[in-house]
Design a protein around this ligand. Structure first.
Ligand SMILES: Cc1ncc(COP(=O)(O)O)c(C=O)c1O
Length: 199
């Protein structure tokens, strides 16, 4: 993880302001807007009718934790975090992780939700020509702070693939973080993703 981000988290931990997900499934809800307890009326399958509030405040559901574990294992990652939608994921990530003084470099054909997230971020931002690795390298060389490169692996509008392996090598060479939006490839190119990385 980016060292400055890690330090910010450690500082919060020291100050006792670090927030983390907890589960309150067996408890009475005095903290959300589910005043009549309607969200807790169970179906036959034991699913509740609503989340009642944000996971951080109202507590997280064990079903979601289970699903996140499945997802992490699918992507062979340590952990996964669910958002309400792809739009929310891009807004949440790009507006909060890259910090002031950092740079986000995005493919000019990236989905509008990434652009919206970038607009909410305090980081600098610039685009590079679609799938153009040379232009991306030029832009990385102009960038300040921690660099975040945002691409899609399979582009939604034209259905073309990004030169993933080359972009990954470039990011490794320049110590940049590579953020890949897989809205159109997850599950569709699941096995082929490993083949893609060979390109
Ligand atoms: C590449 C990409 N990212 C994000 C999104 C947003 O996803 P959602 O529709 O789940 O908000 C889309 C939607 O089509 C997309 O194509």
């Amino acid at each position: 993880m980016d060292e400055r981000l890690l330090n910010k988290l450690l500082k919060r931990k020291e100050e006792g302001t670090l927030r983390s997900l907890s589960s309150f499934e067996e408890m009475i809800d005095f903290f959300s807007n589910d005043y009549l307890g309607l969200a807790q009326v169970s179906h036959e399958n034991n699913l509740s009718h609503g989340a009642t509030g944000s996971r951080l405040i109202s507590g997280t559901s064990s079903l979601i934790l289970e699903a996140e574990k499945e997802l992490a294992s699918f992507f062979k990652e340590e952990s996964a975090l669910f958002f309400n939608s792809g739009y929310d994921a891009n807004l949440g990530f790009f507006s909060s992780v890259p910090q002031r003084g950092d740079t986000i470099i995005y493919d000019e054909l990236i989905h509008a939700s990434v652009r919206d997230g970038v607009r909410l971020s305090f980081a600098n931002h610039l685009s590079f020509a679609h799938n153009d690795v040379d232009d991306l390298e030029r832009k990385i060389k102009q960038a300040n702070g921690s660099v975040y490169v945002a691409i899609e692996s399979l582009y939604s509008m034209d259905g073309d693939l990004s030169p993933l392996r080359k972009i990954q090598q470039l990011c490794d060479k320049h110590n940049a973080y590579l953020i890949i939006d897989e809205a159109h490839s997850s599950g569709v190119l699941a096995k082929q993703v490993e083949v893609l990385l060979m390109l």
